[in-house]
Design a protein around this ligand. Sequence first.
Ligand code: AP5
Ligand code: MG
Length: 212
Amino acid sequence: MNLLIMGLPGAGKGTQAAKIVEKFGIIHISTGDMFRSAITNQTKMGILAKSYMDKGELVPDEVTNGIVKERLAQADVSEKGFLLDGYPRTIEQADALDAILSELDMSLDGVVNIEVDPSLLLERLSGRIIHRETGETFHKVFNPPAAGYDEKDYYQREDDKPETVKRRLDINIAQGTPIIAHYRKKGIVHDIKGNDEIDAVFSNISKVISSL
Ligand code: AP5
Ligand code: MG
């Protein structure tokens, strides 16, 4: 099964993606995670990506399309299927994805579109904490680690500062609408209410995916 998960920054894409790939056994491909890992490894692409991400702007399409194409062509993806998270983010990327999938003889089965009231997003992002060792995402208030947490074991994302979040939201609101329209025309978009708590959202997503 080949899926996209879409939604504004903080909508819960990464949180739901972790649950989806665990339950359905497909491969999670997050362009944001790939860029953050390149930044950690200080690769040339990581240094380039950081200069955009720190401002809350999009990494150029040719770079992003290149890493997605490379990842989708790997054997585990054709064997197990994929869940793309954070891609496509421009209409050019959506067109590139159509071309990549057709070249690889693959197609999309569905788009999970998480809709969250924008007023909730700032609070979600400013409280997000990530476990250094496992990379797992939590929230200080909405989803704290079960055993409590020691600040030094967690970090906050550089681009979760309020001024950067505002830029990310503006860009994603402007760019996201035509992309959803692109997939609505294909009749594969499933809208999911994302305001509820994490497990309730997942239960609705699971029902949709199970029906595909
Ligand atoms: P990316 O990493 O994709 O970030 P994003 O789209 O801004 O989304 P986030 O990861 O911030 O949010 P999320 O929806 O995953 O929320 P999460 O589940 O963590 O991209 C980062 C940057 O990389 C971009 O700005 C760009 O520069 C670059 N980039 C990436 N892809 C690109 C592309 N295709 N083209 C060009 N550039 C690209 O949840 C957020 C918080 O809320 C967590 O703390 C979580 O615990 C909590 N939470 C989740 N669900 C709920 C809930 N239901 N109730 C309460 N709290 C919740
Ligand atoms: Mg994410």
